[in-house]
Design a binder for this molecule. Sequence first.
Ligand code: NAD
Length: 496
Amino acid sequence: MNTVGHLINGQHRPDATRTQDIYNPATGKVSKQVALASKETVEEAITAAQAAYPAWRNTPVGKRAAVMFRFKALLEQNADKICQMIGEEHGKISHDAAGELQRGIENVEYACGIAELLKGEHSKNVGPNIDSWSEFQPLGVVAGITPFNFPAMVPLWMYPMAIACGNTFILKPSERDPSSTLYIAELLQEAGLPDGVMNVVNGDKEAVDVLLTDKRIQAVSFVGSTAIAEYIYETANKNGKRCQALGGAKNHAIVMPDADMDNAVNQLLGAAFGSSGERCMALSVAVAVGDTAADALVSKMTVAMQSLNVGAATDSNNDFGPVITRQHQLKVNGYIDSAEKDGARIVVDGRNPQIAGFEEGFFVGATLIDAVTPEMVSYKEEIFGPVLQVVRVNTMDEAMQLINDHEYGNGTCIFTRDGEAARYFADNILVGMVGINVPLPVPVSYHSFGGWKRSLFGDLHAYGPDAVRFYTKRKTITQRWPSSGVREGVSFAFPS
Ligand code: NAD
């Protein structure tokens, strides 16, 4: 059976000491294996990245950008192949995979402008004949650790900018769907990146822990679940590293009584069930203000959900695919069970759908649950499946309080026709990314992405302008060239 290995110093590095199965989630069958890197293999990658750093750091910024331009072209040329690889291991339908890839490519596009982004700050004559400027220098070897749900896009949030800034990189992708991630890194190599600048090590906790503790790693970017994000942030910090760790979510949409209900239903359908709800920006809770709005939402949603198709990635007419593993399928079903047990009303039940020809696949159908309350486990925790829960409240303030009290603060949205209410919401809600009649307010590549509260540990958001700050350190230089005529005497006073 095919084993997905590593990419170290520009070479494929097979490694079959420890392996894990990769499944095709639509068939439920093992399709490949992935190598799980040992400490020694990760150290080999760090050594390669360390060796490549001095030359890459000193490569003119225009030449670094030129690699990104070629990389972008290669990603576009090979888009179909990448989307197919994503479909085979993640289960995502091709239109959804194409969207993910496009959002990833936009980060490469942003990195193409690195010369402009890295320009420093300059001040002339800060003192007599003294000039001062700040420049943004790369950190050295940096690492990225990524989740299964966006095997192309999330890694592309990280390394194009890190590398364009002059760093060398080690990526540890998700072990559940690593093939497209590895293939994309090979395309970067093909774009002319010198060996060792970009390395991929596949693996699990053993590999991650080396990246978190090895002194040669300067910074770590992480995206994944909150419990692991917190562990990554604490361990990286303890080991003196800069760290940004993006975690899980529970994204609420407020549906106001004045909302265009048909539009809200259409938007919620895609945002709740797209990608089987396995998005950190999925809208998984609709907070309906008033029973009239709630009843209209639930009845229209119930009708609209009848036309949804869940099925394999091989049929692009499907709306969404399976969830990632059998274990995750059982977990999502378990949350639906618990909501039912806690007294919520299962309006549309997606447990155990029968998909002809894919009876062993890890499918969960679109599920709608009404009368959910904040004490329920299914409300408190991230389900990460195609489940939309409806919470009924009486006022907008009550709806906002619910969102502000939740431990996560990744994304949120309001559906309304009232500009004043929308403005108040955007100003006061304790969430990092806010949509107004926009269900998935994922920032474009020239803004930055990040949640608040327990959805992000660290100070800087991912990609965009924050990535320049995260992957560089500021150096401020003050200079004077005294000629013999202006030499000054000794002074013990603080310079002013
Ligand atoms: P995960 O936390 O299980 O895994 C993420 C990464 O951490 C993987 O590379 C994995 O190998 C590694 N890992 C797992 N357990 C580890 C451990 N004990 N020690 C060290 N490393 C470990 O997440 P996942 O299931 O792959 O992804 C889904 C989660 O990611 C969801 O919670 C989702 O909300 C979140 N996510 C967040 C964002 C965001 O931007 N905030 C984006 C995408 C996904």
